[in-house]
Design a protein around this ligand. Sequence first.
Ligand code: SF4
Length: 248
Amino acid sequence: MEKVRRKSLLYRSGLGFWCVNHAQGCAHGCRYPCYAYMMARRYGRATDEADWRRPRLVENAVELLERELARRRDRIDVVHLCLTTDPFMAGYPEVTSLSLAIIECLNAHGVRASVLTKGVLPPELADTRFHRGNTLGISLVSLEEGFRRRFEPGAAPYRERIAALERLHAAGCRTLVHIEPYPTPDIVRQEIEPLLEAVAFVDELYFGGWNYSPLAGAPVQRDRFYREQARTVRGFCQRHHIRGTVDS
Ligand code: SF4
């Protein structure tokens, strides 16, 4: 795997939370489209999709993080992995190893990690060296593998993502499912209930629509569809005592 060096790692994202991205590019190659890819193209960090899907590891990531955490005067509670790449990228064990080292470094400094992946969360995340306050999450918007192959071609199969998350939940970790961008019937015909049932064990759930794309259909129908899905999701979270956030 190719490597790059950076001058800094930890930053506060435009969304208001602290974040690290310790790889450049992402082999998952999502086609919703991926906002990180669009930005990388705009600013010259990726020439095309093939280039974006050839990730480069930030080889001095832990060294930078140690230095940046030691220098900080204000307290950071949580750091998110990642916004512009995937911390457990399918087929890249080097990324997984570095993500584990980063989470260990954060936890050793008293900082919790929040993790979101379309890969497979490794069982090591349940080790006692990691903070029990870490939040371990998967992105999941469908159970249809045909949909995954079309829109998340390099990501891990859905059942593998869910199984890894469930194992960590059973081991006492805090788990999250991030259901966004949830597709409208114009994109794929599916029912939301089986998807919710497949992750009924999680502690937290986030639901959001597929906005800003003509693929999602006419705004009136789309808004009506998301209002109905939001009602179903809220009811499900209440019944299963899941902390739910619905953005629609
Ligand atoms: S997993 Fe995330 S960063 Fe990677 S291509 Fe998909 S949306 Fe982009």
